[in-house]
Design a protein around this ligand. Structure first.
Ligand code: PEP
Ligand code: MN
Length: 338
């Protein structure tokens, strides 16, 4: 249930409603906006007479939530969520945030070369995996902690933030030490133990849509994180598996406006994993920004032919430069900036 308090409702009135909801067995999540406070009641009874709360002082409206997710629902924060990544970078506001870098951290020289390329284009958030979920156990699995150390050093030198994938909950302390944004990959979107544990941290989580997940399932996974108290969740459309085999996956561009209607969480797009081919990355990145994405997660490599993972979908430096140039124009056309 979502309770919208009146503009100017007093703290006492808010507390009275919170107590009432808790007495009914609800877990209460509070969102204090610039103008109004919204309370989300999670759990408790299936049937509940909303008038009990509607009639309380300071209450404007009460919505029984039919969607199975509540905290991730647009009703909970009608004005939208802006996730602060640190160092002045915010996702979900006017700015379209480009997160760029290699698929995997491969070494100091490689990270330096790529950081140089992307930071010259104004990128403030660098991507790169140290723990890699590979389809084959014989493929490169990532450099682990050593990779995170390299990544942090390079990112700091270029004043960039670090987004890197976490594969299970035992890695949380290590990831918190080195990364600014913890990425949950497509394969782990429904790793509920991991999601619950990420609900207890405060760093932003970048939650990718599973390869065969519906939008509702994605939002329910976000709900797992949020119900633990971490509201800093960024969603990512990275392509889903369809019957089409030309591209690696199919970028569900329409998921962007659909999610913006259903949820207050920022939504970004990953055109690299969606297509698996660098020649299709630019058009899909353009489409995503035109569709209203709050950011782009894109793979770039200084020497893609020698990349240890996902080389064929990594952009060459010149292509990345062209992409940024084009995205700046598109962002402006949809009243955003890059
Ligand atoms: C990645 O971003 O490197 C990755 C493995 O992505 P996904 O989980 O979308 O396949
Ligand atoms: Mn990759």
């Amino acid at each position: 249930m979502i309770v919208v308090m009146q503009e100017g409702a007093t703290e006492e009135q808010i507390q009275a409603v919170i107590r009432n909801l808790m007495d009914q067995g609800f877990d209460v999540h509070r969102s204090t906006g610039a103008i109004q406070t919204v309370l989300g009641g999670v759990g408790a009874k299936t049937e509940f007479d909303t008038r009990v709360v509607e009639l309380m002082e300071g209450v404007q409206e009460v919505h029984p939530v039919v969607a199975p997710y509540k905290l991730a629902s647009r009703h909970f924060r009608p004005e939208g969520t802006v996730v602060d990544l640190g160092r002045g970078v915010k996702v979900g506001g006017k700015q379209v945030v480009v997160m760029a870098g290699p698929c995997s951290v491969e070494g100091m020289q490689q990270m330096e070369a790529i950081a140089d390329v992307v930071s010259k284009q104004g990128v403030r958030v660098m991507r790169g995996g140290a723990f890699k979920p590979r389809t084959s156990p014989y493929s490169f699995q990532g450099l682990g902690q050593k990779g995170l150390e390299i990544f942090r050093q390079v990112a700091d030198r270029y004043n960039m933030l670090v987004v890197s994938e976490i594969m299970d909950q035992t890695q949380i302390p290590l990831m918190l030490e080195y990364a600014d944004v913890l990425q949950v990959g497509a394969r782990n979107m429904q790793n509920y133990n991991l999601l619950r544990e990420l609900g207890k941290v405060s760093k932003p989580v970048l939650l990718k849509r599973g390869i065969a997940a519906t939008i509702e399932e994605l939002l329910l996974s976000a709900e797992y994180i949020m119900s633990g108290g971490n509201y800093n969740v960024i969603l990512c459309e990275r392509g889903i598996r369809t019957f089409e085999s030309y591209t690696r996956n199919t970028l569900d561009v329409s998921a962007i406006p659909v999610i913006q209607k259903l949820s207050h969480l920022p939504i970004i797009a990953d055109p690299s994993h969606a297509t698996g081919r660098r020649d299709k990355v630019l058009p899909m990145a353009r489409a995503a920004v035109a569709a209203g994405a709050d950011g782009i997660l894109v793979e770039v490599h200084h020497d893609p032919d020698r990349a240890l993972s996902d080389g064929p979908q990594a952009l060459f430096p010149e292509q990345f430069e062209r992409l940024m140039k084009q995205l700046r124009v598109i962002a402006e056309a949809v009243e955003r900036s890059i």
